[in-house]
Ligand binder design. Structure first.
Ligand SMILES: Nc1ncnc2c1ncn2[C@@H]1O[C@H](COP(=O)(O)OP(=O)(O)O)[C@@H](O)[C@H]1O
Ligand SMILES: [Mg+2]
Length: 282
């Protein structure tokens, strides 16, 4: 089943000259993880705002074409209902913490509290999420005193507690160190395994290569390349679109140049290892 369909969509912010999104078409299936990449200013965050209905429910401006979320025109969705359907996690871990709760436990419960969930069920749900994300050590701490990586994990916990079907994640690791980045990606993997539909904006293409099913490349508000992760991330044209290739693809092309090519262009480290093993016969 299609989860979100985008048909001929263009969008212009108020008081701006050009369109930030141009003639977009895509069918997003339920349960897949979509990587969204592109240079700065290419329209990734705007696209996220479109997918989660903030355009047109919050942002004014000019929207043409249609967005269907679970077969219903985004314009006909109730915006409160949309926010329970689609969770959103963004770049800055420091502004995602509410600032009004004194413990991590209460912070994670906040969204559920706003939904009016009954206290006992709410506590059960928070405990479940805390265990799932291994946040036991943090629950009594003041969320304001956490590190960036810890705050981002708490932000994920709050979203997971809400049990949204669709999760839009906009550059979640851009302010995190490699260790926290790895922790966040193991959480994203967990969400994938739960069958959530995920939209993930991320500059680290090596991670996109590992975790997404399909990749959309934006350039100047247009989809310039899209399709299976393997196909897109092994395409040299990416370099002209302001996007790096994964290290494994670069290595594959270097091997090709040196006349020592692998059987196919690898996009992940494990694919490279597999091919080398086959070649040396282990
Ligand atoms: N709130 C806004 N009002 C007007 N223009 C905006 C707004 N947000 C983004 N833009 C413009 O839309 C274009 C795409 O921006 P954005 O979606 O933030 O790109 P990315 O996330 O890929 O860096 C840019 O030209 C940016 O200046
Ligand atoms: Mg952005």
């Amino acid at each position: 089943m299609n989860c979100i369909s985008v048909k001929n969509v263009s969008y212009k912010y108020p008081y701006t000259e050009g369109f930030a999104l141009k003639e977009l078409n895509y069918e997003f299936e339920k349960g897949k993880c979509y990587g969204i990449i592109g240079a700065n200013g290419s329209g990734k965050t705007t696209f996220c705002n479109l997918l989660r209905g903030m355009i047109p429910h919050f942002f004014e401006g000019e929207l043409t074409g249609d967005v269907f979320i679970e077969e219903t025109d985004v314009r006909n969705w109730d915006s409160n209902l949309l926010s329970t359907k689609i969770g959103y996690i963004f770049q800055n871990p420091f502004t995602q913490i509410s600032g009004i709760k004194e413990t991590v436990f209460e912070e994670i419960a906040l969204g559920l509290e706003n939904l009016g969930m009954e206290k006992e069920a709410l506590i059960d749900r928070v405990i479940e999420v805390v265990k799932l994300l291994k946040l036991e050590q943090l629950i009594k701490k003041n969320p304001n005193n956490l590190s960036g990586g810890q705050k981002q994990r708490v932000a994920f916990a709050s979203i997971i507690a809400m049990n949204n079907d669709i999760i839009v994640i906009d550059e979640p690791t851009s302010q995190l160190d490699p260790e926290s980045t790895a922790e966040i990606f193991s959480i994203i993997n967990l969400l994938r395994n739960q069958g959530k539909t995920i939209f993930l904006v991320e500059h680290k293409v090596d991670l996109i290569a590992e975790y997404s099913d399909e990749v959309i490349v934006l350039k100047d508000g247009q989809i310039t390349l899209s399709g299976s992760t393997q196909e897109v991330l092994s395409n040299m044209d990416l370099l002209q679109m302001g996007v790096m290739l994964p290290q494994a693809s670069m290595l594959s092309y270097d091997m090709q140049k040196a006349n020592k090519q692998l059987d196919s262009i690898a996009i992940t480290k494990s694919q490279v290892i597999e091919q080398i093993k086959q070649r040396v016969g282990v």
